[in-house]
Design a protein around this ligand. Structure first.
Ligand code: SF4
Length: 385
């Protein structure tokens, strides 16, 4: 606290006010940061019976409440205690973009310490069909410590991990906003899938990511099936092994992008620490323990990893592993080095992969017109401030 006061005294007046508000907010518990058990403990610490926690969760995750005042079946005294001692939100919307086809939304959020993150919502498949997906892509860190050479976020550096509530609220934001679209199917079932593929490396923020998954999956939370939740990682081997031992078996996606160590060291530098041999062994272990077939994400960059020879090499690496490959035509960034491959090159790559017996899907970039690539909207925001 002494350190906080010294900070307050030495800061300029405007910053002092922001800092004081931030410190006051930090002293309040964000309900979204708490597991079910932690929420019960918190409610008991307020002198209330533990079952009130279930009522609060019902309001937060089923009714999508944004204030404690709405929780009308809680006693007035408890609502007052929650209003003064707890929070239900720590994200403020800075900018929102909707793609021309209306299928992708991208939001830039400001956190309570002034930092910014971004999240996307994407519609896939024909509306109303069984293949329709309403997917939220969440960020897990401010910036990213991994520093992949082709990635906008990787070039911004790392600032901090997100707390569980800051991850969960990204999903709730889209659910709340679509919940207003009354009498539409979108309002009844606004989010079907959550992918941890936004800014940051999810497995480098394991505890917060795992708590958020528990609340997304839990019956008292959003009740999303484990199959509807995907963690994407560049390949942190010890954390993949830990994930394999958890009781919720989520889908695993590996950002591969190269099938030999030399090229992958260049694109995804963490490969120097966990080379392909170790990564493939961890993926096999994940499949054996969870029954979940890993997906490999492979973004094609012009003249770098997109030749037919690279496709053969990829097929060789994955031979015998029950898996699927998503080929991604990269979103164009400002980088002159990492340009998207041409359509013919992509099709030739896919043809070779298919001929080699590797299950694959060609994913077209979504939301190019709204900078839906990882970190692009935030990069623009930082650049214009
Ligand atoms: S691709 Fe993912 S892991 Fe790599 S720098 Fe970007 S956000 Fe981080």
């Amino acid at each position: 606290m002494l350190g906080d006061n010294l900070l307050l005294l030495s800061a300029p007046r405007g910053a002092r006010i922001c800092l004081r508000i931030y410190l006051m907010e930090m002293a309040r518990k964000n309900i979204l940061d708490l597991s079910h058990t932690q929420l019960k403990e918190f409610v008991c610490s307020l002198g209330e019976p533990a079952y009130r926690a279930d009522q609060i969760l019902w309001w937060v995750y089923k009714k999508l409440a944004i204030s404690f005042e709405e929780m009308t079946d809680l006693p007035q005294t408890l609502r007052q205690k929650l209003i003064s001692g707890a929070l239900l939100s720590s994200l403020a919307t800075v900018a929102e973009k909707i793609s021309a086809d209306g299928q992708t939304r991208k939001v830039l959020f400001r956190l309570d310490d002034g930092r910014t993150i971004e999240s996307s919502f994407m519609l896939y498949g024909r509306a109303g069909s069984s293949r329709e997906r309403r997917t939220v892509c969440v960020s897990t860190q401010v910036g990213c410590p991994i520093g992949c050479s082709f990635c906008a976020t990787g070039q911004q550096g790392f600032e901090r991990n997100l707390r569980p509530g800051e991850i969960i609220e990204q999903v709730l934001y889209f659910m709340r906003s679509m919940n207003k679209e009354v009498d539409t199917d979108l309002a009844r079932r606004p989010v079907t899938n959550v992918v941890f593929m936004g800014m940051g490396e999810p497995l480098a923020n394991y505890e917060a990511v795992w708590l958020s998954i528990e609340m997304l999956n839990s019956k008292q939370g959003l009740n999303l099936g484990a199959r509807q939740i995907t963690i994407s990682t560049v390949g942190l081997v010890p954390q993949i092994q830990r994930l394999a031992s958890e009781n919720i078996h989520v889908e695993l996606a590996i950002s591969l992008h190269a099938a030999n160590d030399e090229l992958r060291n260049r694109l995804v530098p963490i490969n120097k620490k966990y080379p392909l041999k170790q990564l493939m062994a961890a993926c096999r272990e994940y499949f054996e323990k969870t029954g979940r077939r890993p997906t490999f994400e492979y973004a094609l960059f012009r003249g770098i990893n997109d030749s037919v020879g690279h496709a053969r090499e990829l097929a060789g690496l994955l031979q015998g592993l029950n898996c699927h490959v998503n080929l991604i035509t990269g979103n164009p960034t400002k980088s002159k080095e990492f340009m998207p491959s041409s359509r013919n090159t992509v099709l030739a790559f896919q043809k070779q992969l298919t001929a080699s017996g590797i299950s694959n899907t060609l994913r077209l970039s979504k939301g190019v017109d709204i900078e839906a690539g990882c970190g692009q909207l935030r990069s623009r925001w930082i650049a214009i401030r």
